[in-house]
Design a protein around this ligand. Structure first.
Ligand code: SF4
Length: 250
């Protein structure tokens, strides 16, 4: 059986202390450990952003590529060797901005990979410009008078683009995050998880999420696509975020 130590590298992450990325990297290791996925059969692919350093610090195969381009690389790896477990990582800027077109087509193409997006609502690596998921009116270095654009709704976009596994998780909910990651990794097809992440330096701090998140319970039917679209859209009205599998085609 694998242990967490098996995934540990000597180098330590250099993210800001208490950044939500720490919760995500630990959850990835735990999910792989609990699924007992051999490291030599695991490939982690990322692009550019604070999140994108994650493959540096997990002992498995990894590829850190261009901004917004983790999905084409990850799909290529899977097509070249279908025995590998391939996980692509994105950021809200990298994945929904620069990589937005790849995201749409990965949803409808349904290659058997998992895609985890670290969504902190800001370009953290370049010191805090507003991103595609920043709320309208967000003031930042690149939008001193407030951003003009409506934010992207990643879950609604994924469902509308044909994704068959669409989930939301939160970096400060390790138990729930590990469970969703495991389901996504095991899903036969493209499994997308939008992970709301705190960025304590330029974005939302942990407290912001406290009263806004809630877990979907057993009465929620994730196979109903119309209801799933409603659930994906409802935070725009309520500012409350449902955690769990929002849509899964049976
Ligand atoms: Fe994390 Fe934000 Fe620091 Fe980047 S800038 S490491 S996202 S806290």
């Amino acid at each position: 059986m694998l242990t967490l130590k098996d995934f540990q590298r000597e180098e330590q992450p250099n993210w800001c202390p208490t950044c939500g990325n720490f919760g995500i990297i630990l959850s990835v290791k735990k999910a792989l450990m609990e699924l007992n996925v051999p490291q030599e059969e695991t490939v982690l692919v990322s692009g550019v952003g604070c999140f994108a350093k994650l493959p540096y610090w997990i002992k498995a195969y990894g590829f850190v590529g261009l901004h917004g381009r983790s999905l084409p690389v990850a799909q290529g790896v899977k097509l070249a060797n279908s025995k590998l477990k391939v996980i692509a990582f994105g950021g809200d800027g990298d994945g929904y901005g620069e990589g937005g077109n790849h995201f749409i087509h990965a949803c409808r193409r349904n290659v058997n990979i998992a895609y985890f997006v670290h969504n902190n609502g800001v370009f953290g690596l370049t010191t805090g410009q507003y991103s595609p998921t920043s709320k309208k009116g967000t003031k930042s270095k690149s939008s001193p008078s407030g951003s003009e654009e409506m934010p992207v709704n990643p879950l609604a976009l994924a469902i509308a683009s044909g994704a068959k596994f669409v989930a939301r998780a939160y970096s400060g909910d390790p138990k729930g995050l590990v469970e969703i990651m495991k389901k996504a990794i095991e899903y036969e097809g493209f499994a997308f998880v939008d992970i709301m992440q705190s960025c304590i330096t330029f974005g939302k701090e942990h407290d912001y999420f406290k009263d806004k998140i809630y877990h979907l319970d057993d009465s929620y039917d994730a196979s109903d696509k119309v209801k799933a679209m409603g659930k994906a859209l409802d935070y725009e009205e309520t500012e409350r975020f449902a955690l769990g599998i929002i849509y899964q085609e049976l």
